[in-house]
Ligand binder design. Structure first.
Ligand code: BGC
Length: 760
């Protein structure tokens, strides 16, 4: 009785103090400590359990109600029905002994109702402010709809386009990745985690993108120097930006599964980086420690995960079933359990869940349908697109065009324009947004033009993905020769009759993301044949690529005059593409990946080391004999409807000590006749030292708008943060005396050069 009164007083004090305002982490920890003292072992273990809120084939059909009442559910995922969220929360708050609210989690990856461009597209904007804005908007939507925790940002470096999850991250570069990671943390959490924000979960810790052969879930083997200099960099940036939680990855990292890897979860994240939040496993990953051949049985899996420092078990119920016994057997101490529970409770206090556990159902729809979301999305989508080719100023198009042939399977697909991982579309529930397809966007732009469409056969994976199955999608056989011939004839007829052909081609959304790796990168199905038929008519052709990864477009790159990479641009995608095609928006996006010519060139990345035969003896250089080894388009590349000139690269000091810093400045001028955005990029190379260093590394970038004839001076710091690296010889972070090359310009091949000397 006394305990109950004390708890109510504590809750009331909390309400009085924090209504609508954030509390510090210290204060939240003190409250969590007080609550922890009242909890029994089962309740503590309950906070370490995340239950599934929906029924999936591999999960039982039991609802979590009873577990919640017993205080054995700390968090629930995969639930977006706000009524059900509130119903379960009522059970937790009213019927469980200590009234501890549940933390509801979902993957709010690129928007909630209003779907923003996929993360790879956002990274192509080279504008972290854009990413922050989008995620802030998504956070407001999510919180209003009862989601307090998102499994975002995905910050895995991806150097291999075969890997399906490349679409979910910021591409191949650690510096760009760091900027995008921190921006997303700020977008969701604000300056500080509070009652109006959404807790982020930085994933997948760590090295998931280096999967062998680009096959999702496969093992990663990453030497420590590469791990620290490249793969961990965005995670570190997210931690420093205040990320409240991390997700451990599925795969074996150097033979120790990430979810049971003490070196990773405790030594690096907590001890080295000072991370004070909590870690959740990826879905079922604790149970999977046994499947990996790392844990002997479920009890051993629970033991290995908890002692590695993993706070919460996502969905596998391995903690629920084994942890209490491990404590009773003396294998795990209750103090260890307390340390795991504390940051979870603290996060609940910080999020204000004890004061406001319920979503206001009457306000959800109004929030999710805020019209400003669509305006923002259209703007951001256009900012994310990358113009890959534009021969003879094919683009921008003239609004006087009368007849357009829109060919390809993605021209009028409402689902694919938004890409995968959409909140409302995720489990086949169907999106409640109203996506604007490219066909609709073209019609909006040219209401009087005649637009004929030839979709071609529906695209299909050879092996279905989980999401395809949940959505009831079947694998389709490839078209027969007769069907193919019929489609090609239709393309020829439509193209011959039009002034212009727009080809909307690439991949359907379920061809990238989780469990969606490919061995080839070509345009699936008969898309290239359709494109060839259109080009053969002699009519101007514009290829709009919709995909979650760079594709093998060697043929189009040679034969199609204009190519626009639109990725998956989101709800307003069709309007945004039309804005770019007709020049209402001048494209300014840049590639966050090196564009491979062919799948066999992967992994491909610009920041590789020099070989002993760099370039002068072609027969000996590190290359393939059947294909050019350079990417089709380099990292950082993207065209504009105007041109830019970079000049006057200067260093404020050409020589500095190892603890010094200098400032790089470079002028950029819009030398064309229309306004446009340039992205100034700075790269460095350390010529010698305790280790070989990459030929180039991005160390600064800035997107700026320039009127015709306008010049701006861009400045970038070069100091310890930019010059240091983790040396495999000294086994620590070093800035070494050496000579550094410095380049500035439009992409990773920028020629403008200066030299920096770093002395002891
Ligand atoms: C994915 C994660 C995701 C989790 C929860 C897993 O299958 O790997 O990225 O956050 O499911 O939906």
């Amino acid at each position: 009785m006394f305990r109950k009164t004390a708890l109510i007083l504590l809750v009331l004090a909390t309400v009085a103090k924090t209504y609508g305002q954030a509390i510090s982490r210290d204060e939240s920890e003190q409250r969590a400590q007080a609550l922890l003292k009242q909890m029994n072992l089962d309740e503590k273990v309950g906070q370490l359990n995340q239950s599934a809120g929906i029924q999936m084939p591999m999960l039982g059909s039991e609802k979590p109600d009873t577990l919640i009442e017993q205080g054995r559910v700390g968090s629930i995922l995969w639930l977006t029905n706000v009524k059900e969220i509130n119903r379960l929360q009522h059970i937790a708050v009213e019927k469980s002994r200590l009234h501890i609210p549940i933390l509801f989690a979902f993957d709010v990856i690129h928007g909630y109702r209003t779907v923003f461009p996929v993360p790879l597209a956002m990274a192509s904007s080279w504008d972290p402010g854009v990413e922050e804005q989008a995620q802030h908007f998504a956070a407001q939507d999510a919180r209003a709809a009862g989601i307090e925790w998102t499994f975002t940002p995905m910050v895995d470096i991806a150097r291999d386009a075969r890997w399906g999850r490349i679409v979910e991250g910021a591409g191949e570069d650690p510096y760009l990745g760091k900027a995008m990671a921190a921006a997303q943390v700020r977008g969701f959490q604000g300056d500080q985690l509070g009652p109006d924000s959404v807790l982020v979960c930085v994933k997948h810790f760590a090295g998931y993108g280096a999967a062998d052969g680009g096959r999702d879930y496969d093992s990663s083997y990453i030497p420590e120097e590469l791990f620290r200099n490249v793969y961990l960099a965005p995670f570190y940036a997210a931690a420093k930006a205040g990320a409240g939680s991390f997700m451990s990855a599925y795969m074996d990292l150097n033979d120790v599964p990430a979810s049971g890897n003490k070196w990773l979860l405790t030594d690096i994240l907590r001890n080295e980086w000072g991370f004070k939040g909590f870690l959740v496993s990826d879905a079922f990953a604790v149970g999977s420690l046994q499947v990996h051949g790392y844990a002997k049985d479920p009890s051993d899996a629970a033991y290995k995960a908890i002692t590695a420092g993993l706070n919460m078990d996502m969905a596998s119920q391995t903690y629920t079933k084994n942890l209490a016994q491990l404590v009773k057997d003396g294998k795990v101490t209750e103090a260890q359990i307390d340390a795991m529970v504390l940051p979870i409770l603290a996060a609940k206090y910080q999020l204000g869940l004890f004061d406001h556990p319920y979503a206001d159902e009457s306000k959800v729809e109004a929030t999710l349908n805020r019209p400003e979301g669509l305006t923002l999305e259209r703007k951001l989508a256009a900012r994310s697109m990358v113009l890959l080719k534009n021969d003879k100023q094919t683009l921008p198009l003239k609004t006087s065009i009368k007849k357009i042939a829109l060919i390809g399977p993605l021209g009028d697909s409402t689902h694919d324009i938004e890409g995968g991982w959409t909140v409302e579309g995720l489990f086949g529930n169907g999106s409640k947004s109203h996506p604007v397809t490219l066909l609709a966007g073209l019609k909006n732009k040219l209401p009087n033009a005649q637009i004929s469409t030839v979709s071609g056969p529906e695209l299909s994976r050879v092996f279905p993905g989980l999401l395809d199955q949940l959505a009831g999608k079947k694998v389709l056989p490839p078209p027969t020769p007769q069907e193919t011939a019929d489609w090609i004839a239709k393309v020829k007829a439509a193209a011959s009759d039009a002034d212009l052909v727009v080809a909307a081609m690439g991949e359907i959304a379920s061809m990238s993301s989780e469990a969606s790796s490919r061995a080839t990168l070509d345009l699936p199905g008969i898309q290239q044949q359709m494109l060839e038929a259109a080009v053969a008519t002699g009519k101007p052709v514009v290829l709009v690529l919709l995909a979650g990864r760079p594709l093998d477009i060697r043929w189009p790159a040679e034969h199609v005059p204009a190519i626009l990479e639109a990725w998956y641009p989101g709800t307003e995608g069709g309007n945004a593409i039309a804005d770019v095609l007709f020049g209402d928006v001048n494209p300014g996006g840049k590639l966050p990946v090196s564009w491979p010519r062919v799948a066999g060139a992967e992994p491909l990345y610009y920041n590789h080391n020099l070989t002993h035969e760099p370039e002068d003896r072609p027969q000996f250089t590190s290359r393939y004999w059947d294909i050019q080894s350079k990417p089709l388009y380099p990292f950082g590349y993207g065209l504009s409807y105007t041109t830019f000139k970079f000049a006057n690269l200067k260093l404020s000091q050409a020589s500095i000590g190892t603890d010094g810093s200098t400032q790089v400045s470079v002028e950029v001028t819009n030398t064309g006749s229309v306004a446009g955005d340039a992205v100034g990029q700075v790269y460095i190379h350390q010529r010698w030292g305790s280790a070989s260093r990459p030929v180039r590394q991005l160390k600064g970038f800035q997107r700026v708008a320039l009127q015709p004839g306008e010049t701006k001076t861009l400045t970038f710091p070069l100091g310890k943060d930019e010059l240091e690296f983790w040396s495999p010889q000294t086994k620590n972070w070093v800035v070494e005396p050496s000579t550094f090359d410095v380049w500035a310009g439009e992409d990773s091949t920028a020629p403008l050069h200066a030299e920096l000397t770093v002395t002891q």
